[in-house]
Design a protein. Structure first.
Lengths: 237, 282
């Protein structure tokens, strides 16, 4: 079953002040089955994040179609979906993890995860149980649960970020360079997390800058230069 | 594609508020001859021009724009503080079904205000009676909404003050003795005291220091989560809007120039003015 299908997608950025229009990406197309994992590779500035942000509708693209197989709405073009539909999908079906944790200030790690669940309509009791399970699952030290994440290390913030995005069990998870600032140990933990998600049947699209990390994890990669899907490249050691 | 069966709780269509008679020049469609929102030939000011918006159940809608863009006028029109020149307002409520609420009698408007609306003004002086005690301020709104049982009203009032973190031993004190942040929180408690399905918040964090601002934002978010109230939040502070609103409208010269998901407005603004606003963000 095709979970995500990107067709002839393109995005331009217009700056009214500089009177310029810059083409970020064009002619992008790939499709992804349920439980699949595509890594997007390409040099910096090639438009990798633009694709992810457009799928999440943080960017408003101007060309193409992005079809998503939604549980609630059926097959839906994310570029044309109503804003309220996108809000619903973000709460229930599509997760987004960036390398930055961008959350309400003065909210504890536990509350942040619980709020994601409450937003979906879970009861406070169920949210509490699932939040604790998720925080434990992602190896966040129990002493951190009731503290504010602004004091967390990069790796801890990231694992919390992933916990918030995955506790809703999204059908599609977008990973925007989540390992960029992490040390080797933390990367291994993230890798384990992704393997678990994949085993649970989550469909993933991710951007990583080290190919070694992606090896054995991604089913295939989308190369921004060639604008084509291909198998995992050999890692040069 | 399956349709999303969701009806807006509050729907505004083509709201226009003008100060002045208007003339041939500025009555043409699109009002091409205006200088910002001002008609040079007759002196009419169009504070709001053809504003349409929807607020869905449990949603926070953000409105941003510079001073003079018509944000507050819009709020005051919706709260019936001002009459509109033209436009329609409907609320999805069995009691109010099918009526243009801008056209109903002033008694009916008062009824809607007392039973369906809560309002928090930027300046607490407008929303509170500074020489009544805090609990009486709340009682005033409860009585307006039909409350008659003193004991029940008092306990509900105490609960609300507790929600907004006003210590109960100060509930008999007048808000004029309170700090700005406390006054704002009393105002929020008062606005909530009739269990309104719709809450208007006009620049509620402006002028508060950062920690108090954060406390007020926490409170608003908590109210939305726990009570499922729909809100319109007006602010010129993009950080506040980013934290609170799911969707955002951008106003300029009395018009809505751009609308969208809040993160989309902030990261991929399309209108020249929105770009200027977002790129000016420190």
């Amino acid at each position: 079953m095709v979970m995500l299908e990107v067709k002839d997608f393109g995005k331009r950025f217009t700056s009214h002040h500089l009177n310029t229009t810059r083409k970020a990406v064009e002619g992008i197309g790939f499709s992804l089955g349920q439980g699949g994992f595509i890594g997007i590779v390409g040099k910096s500035g090639s438009g990798k994040s633009t694709i992810l942000k457009s799928i999440y509708r943080t960017y408003l693209p101007d060309e193409g179609e992005i079809w998503f197989d939604s549980e609630r709405f059926g097959r839906i073009d994310l570029l044309k979906a109503e804003e309220r539909q996108i809000i619903w999908l973000r709460k229930h079906e599509i997760g987004y993890v960036s390398q930055f944790l961008n959350v309400m200030p003065r909210t504890t790690a536990r509350e942040l995860v619980e709020q994601a669940l409450l937003g979906m309509g879970e009861s406070p009791e169920a949210a509490k149980v699932q939040a604790e399970h998720s925080l434990r699952h992602f190896d966040l030290d129990e002493r951190l649960w009731d503290t504010f994440p602004n004091t967390f290390s990069g790796g801890e913030k990231l694992r919390l970020n992933i916990a918030i995005a995955t506790v809703k069990k999204p059908r599609l998870l977008l990973l925007d360079e989540p390992t960029a600032s992490l040390d080797y140990q933390s990367k291994l933990k993230v890798r384990e997390v992704i393997e678990k998600l994949k085993a649970d049947g989550t469909t993933l699209v991710g951007i990583f800058h080290d190919l070694e990390f992606m090896e054995g994890l991604c089913d295939c990669v989308y190369d921004m230069n060639e604008k084509a899907l291909r198998g995992m490249p050999e890692v040069q050691r | 594609m399956q349709q999303f069966e969701e009806r807006p709780l509050l729907k505004v269509e083509h709201l226009t508020k003008q100060y002045g008679p208007g003339c041939v020049e500025c009555s043409r469609p699109g009002r091409p001859g205006l200088n910002k929102n001002y008609c040079p030939s007759c002196g009419t000011v169009y504070a709001c021009s053809d504003v349409s918006l929807d607020v869905y159940p449990g949603e926070i809608l953000g409105i941003v724009g510079e001073s003079g863009s018509g944000k507050s006028t819009l709020m005051q029109c919706l709260y019936f503080d001002q009459d509109v020149t033209s436009g329609t307002l409907t609320i999805d409520d069995p009691e109010l079904a099918g009526e243009n609420l801008f056209d109903v009698s002033s008694q009916r408007k008062r009824y809607i205000r007392n039973h369906k609306y809560g309002m928090v003004y930027q300046n607490p002086v407008r929303g509170l009676r500074m020489d009544f005690s805090s609990i009486s301020n709340i009682a005033e709104k409860q009585i307006a909404a039909g409350g008659r049982h003193v004991g029940n009203m008092q306990s509900a009032g105490e609960r609300l003050l507790d929600v907004v973190s006003i210590p109960l031993f100060r509930m008999k004190e007048e808000p004029r003795n309170f700090s700005g942040g406390m006054q704002q929180r009393v105002q929020i408690a008062k606005a909530l005291s009739n269990d309104p399905p719709i809450l208007f918040l006009d620049e509620v964090t402006t002028g508060l220091d950062l920690s108090v601002q954060a406390a007020v934002i926490d409170l608003i978010k908590q109210i939305q989560r726990d009570l499922g109230i729909s809100m319109i939040v007006v602010s010129h502070d993009l950080a506040v809007i980013r934290m609170l609103a799911d969707r955002t409208l951008v106003m300029l010269n009395g018009r809505v120039i751009e609308s969208g998901l809040t993160d989309q407005i902030l990261e991929d603004p399309n209108h020249a003015y929105t770009q200027q606003l977002v790129y000016s963000l420190l």
